[in-house]
Design a protein around this ligand. Structure first.
Ligand code: BES
Ligand code: MN
Ligand code: ZN
Length: 476
């Protein structure tokens, strides 16, 4: 694993084993290596004018340090902590700068290699030294960044696992493993308990497979576990729901080839909220957080739910399954109902819910849908600050009408099979199940499920939106 350390000394004082990274105002991508007569290696990298660098470009620059170091088989890299260098970043404090630097070094270093039989050559990036590190603020940001980076990468490791290995049962075990060493508790409910709870939508989605359907529950009581009958405001938890479909074939409405192979990532919402609660515990935040991950495999068999089936949700509503591939909203619907027992202060659900969100936004931002304009503004702003960008789509009542079923209370897709506004339709379905009078937001992370080249990350899971969620929980 990459080791990142700090030193109060200047970059010039770094020992000879380190390749010194020197940033210049030359155009971005201009770079050269200089070897001094004593053998010290300097790597000069142009990143453009200091005052042109903003939070977004800073993060990608940082990732490119790691990429280039790897390409040139550099084992030890030293760089200067860029305090006060970028005028546009003065918006944020030194803790942010340090955390952002460390997080992105770690995210860029991540590779998913557990299924490779040939392990990498030992000429690998092993350590990074950050010089000129002085303030207390910077040091606390550094520590935060190490935790955030480590657990985002763990979440990516879980998400990247193929469906054959990462079943709902395995996801439950991974959750238990993840929170080890913290005060987070994990409970995993099986089908027997889910039947007792009448979680008919979650069970319907998972009924076509031998892999047992689960509800994974993680709790963190940093503000004190409520013991009162009516939970006092101060102790009401923030609830995070994460879609945990460990593989999505589409069900009997089977996905076409080319659209199915990466559907092991359909539990990315689940792994992201599990990593988030662990990070919050590691940071020791005095907040109460509850995480719910309804987890199932959307498989095909003679036991699978059929298009046209009518099933009853935990809240008593009947749902006509017009499309078996619209399973994410079904499992989340029952999780929303389950969340009521916690009297949540606010609920966020994180889900790779629709291909339509990619049609709307491309692959640079997740979609956020909420009626709470303040919550929307907060999340958008924290998206910029953290790097997990979110962009709003409307959650208006006008859209709810299309889900009115002829045979049941509601259908899981538009009754006229229209594909227009598919991302909004998914959120509208959830609005029939979200507890009344509790602010909530749906974040459709399908656009950010898979990395793209400009991310400068390994192919596969991005680990989003963990940075956003952690920032949100720190300040809410
Ligand atoms: N998991 C998919 C959504 C998805 C698609 C995520 C592409 C990431 C990339 C979801 O369960 C799904 O299949 N949604 C359907 C909904 C439709 C049937 C209304 C879709 O997007 O096609
Ligand atoms: Mn689906
Ligand atoms: Zn899905």
């Amino acid at each position: 694993m990459l080791k990142i350390t700090t030193s109060p000394k200047s970059l010039a004082e770094a020992t000879k084993k380190y390749c010194q990274l020197i940033l210049t105002e030359e155009p971005a991508s201009a770079h050269r290596f200089v070897e001094a007569s004593d053998g010290t290696l300097t790597y000069r990298l142009g990143i453009g004018k200091w005052d042109k660098v903003d939070a977004r470009s800073f993060r990608t620059h940082v990732r490119s340090f790691v990429q280039t170091a790897k390409n040139h088989q550099i084992e030890s890299l030293a760089l200067e902590f860029p305090s006060g260098k970028y005028s546009q970043l003065s918006l944020y404090d030194e803790a942010w700068l340090a955390s952002t630097l460390v997080e992105n070094l770690m995210l860029a270093d991540y590779e998913f290699i557990s299924y490779k039989t040939k392990k990498k050559s030992n000429k690998n990036l092993k350590e990074i030294l950050i010089c000129g590190f002085a303030s207390k603020e910077a040091l606390s940001g550094f520590k935060r960044g190490l935790i955030v980076g480590e657990y985002i990468n763990k979440a990516r490791d879980i998400a990247n696992q193929p469906g054959i290995d990462l079943t709902p049962t395995a996801l439950g075990k991974a959750a238990t493993e993840l929170v080890k060493g913290t005060t987070v508790t994990v409970r995993v409910l099986g089908e027997k308990e889910l039947k007792k709870l009448k979680m008919g939508l979650l069970l319907a989605v998972g009924q076509g497979t031998k892999s047992e359907t689960k509800l994974i529950i993680a709790e963190y009581w940093g503000a004190g576990k409520p013991t009162e009958k009516t939970i006092p405001k101060k102790k009401q938890p923030i609830v995070l729901l994460g879609k945990g479909i460990t593989y999505d074939t589409g069900g009997l409405n089977v996905k076409p080839s080319g659209s199915m192979h990466d559907m092991h990532l359909d539990m990315s919402g689940g792994s992201s909220v599990l990593a988030t609660i662990t990070i919050v515990a590691k940071l020791g935040l005095k907040k109460n957080i509850v995480v719910l991950v309804p987890s199932a495999e959307n498989a095909i068999s003679d036991d699978a739910m059929r298009a046209g089936d009518i099933v009853t949700a935990m809240n008593g509503k009947t749902v006509e399954v017009l499309h078996t591939d619209a399973e994410g909203r079904m499992v989340l619907a029952d999780a929303y109902t389950y969340s009521e027992r916690y009297s949540p202060k606010v609920i966020l659900d994180i889900a790779t819910l629709t291909g339509a969100s990619l049609v709307a936004l491309g692959q640079h931002a997740s979609a956020i849908l909420t009626k709470d304009t303040k919550l929307e503004a907060t999340l958008r702003e924290l998206g910029e600050k953290s790097g997990d960008l979110v962009w709003p789509l409307p959650l208006w009542d006008e859209y709810k009408g299309s889900l009115k079923s002829h045979r049941a209370d509601i259908s899981n897709i538009a009754t006229n099979f229209s594909r227009f506004g598919g991302c909004i339709e998914g959120a509208s379905f959830l609005s029939f199940f979200a507890p009344k009078n509790v602010p909530w937001a749906h974040i459709d992370i399908a656009p950010r499920m898979d990395s793209i080249a400009s991310d400068k990350l390994a192919k596969g899971s991005t680990g989003e939106p963990i940075r956003l969620l952690v920032s949100f929980l720190e300040q809410y």
